[in-house]
Unconditional design. Structure first.
Lengths: 202, 202
DNA sequence: GTCTATAGGTAGATAGAC
DNA sequence: GTCTATCTACCTATAGAC
């Protein structure tokens, strides 16, 4: 572990601490300890708490928005695209189960700054292609006409929310983390089926 | 404002500060200032930061779980109950638009403690009645048979998630807070219609 | 590059005057 | 009940020895 480049050790430690504790509860001391470097070194490498946090947050946010854009902008028929989104996006969420809560928490802590900063970046989420496709598919009779933006929100909500409410759901069902992942794996088919039944033309 | 009972002023200030900043970023000084009382008074009234926070969190959590239980345990046919839930729960969310992010953030910050503490309380969320009703309605052919727990999750997700992702959605659509509320008011009918189309028997 | 020491600030909590 | 003053602990960040 100590073999790895110091810069990388610092950043990995920062990711771990910030995503677990959030900006306010995190400390530079803890990041330094976890990276096995001296506190002073963080500043030698031109980091401060805010810069380190912004890098971690942007990486986390980009993880989710890039994958979503990838799928939304791909060249697939609407139903396949919905299936691909549910399947691949939930895979991503299962691989990073605590990142969604981190992003949502910090995003709501400074909403104006978030809107200002993130929405000017190239990696911002952009479902416009998908929304247009839903609109056109409805007009062409391929699917039941639905409000395209709200449909996008339905899709995203059903995939992401269970990971935000995870502690509550684990408490309700009295299940452990592994069982939770199994439940989410099973959920993919449930979400796809639920959506497909809703958008079948009358 | 200074007329109000000191205890109530303290608690109102605590609610405001904690829900806006979260536990870690909140300070007793700020709560005291907002309540127009001396810092020392907070401790005179036997409060400390943790106790004050727990009261605020429990109140916020109970707000959402009590209303949900109320609807889930009411005596209504399944379709009416779904409509009532979407309508009344989204009303509650619109009336407290920043509480969901607060609850989800803090809940994920200490998941084990949350599961231990909240799930033993009388006001914990309990959708078991609703889940059973969905199961029975499916068997009776009133609705298409669906996985009852995942269906409950679909319903909750579509109502709550848009309030958690609010800054992102406002950024995407370039709309202000008032327009957002209008969008959510409109959303009620979209969610109800989306669900109804999905659960119509084949 | 890596360390120690410390500056400078703010946090929660308490003691005691009034 | 309400105030001031203060304690202890921790934070970020920096200066400077090695």
């Amino acid at each position: 572990m100590d073999q790895i480049d110091v810069q990388k050790r610092i950043f990995n430690a920062a990711r771990e601490v910030f995503t677990q504790k959030g900006f306010a509860a995190a400390s530079m001391r803890e990041i330094a300890e976890k990276a096995n470097v001296n506190k002073g070194l963080l500043h030698y490498y031109k980091w401060n708490k805010r810069k380190l946090f912004l890098r971690v947050f942007e990486e986390a946010f980009a993880t989710f928005s890039l994958r979503a854009n990838e799928i939304f902008e791909s060249d697939m028929p609407i139903r396949e695209k919905i299936e691909a989104f549910v399947s691949h996006y939930m895979d991503l969420l299962m691989a990073n189960p605590h990142l969604p809560a981190f992003v949502i928490s910090e995003l709501n802590r400074h909403p104006e700054e978030f809107i200002r900063r993130m929405m000017q970046q190239s990696n911002r989420p952009d479902p416009s292609n998908f929304i247009l496709q839903v609109q056109l598919a409805g007009e062409a009779g391929q699917i039941r006409p639905v409000h395209p933006f709200h449909f996008f929100l339905h899709l995203l909500s059903m995939c992401v929310f269970p990971f935000l409410a995870r502690p509550m759901i684990q408490g309700l069902l009295k299940i452990d983390g592994d069982t939770y992942i199994q439940l989410m794996e099973r959920r993919k088919a449930e979400v796809i089926s639920f959506i497909n039944h809703s958008i079948n033309p009358d």
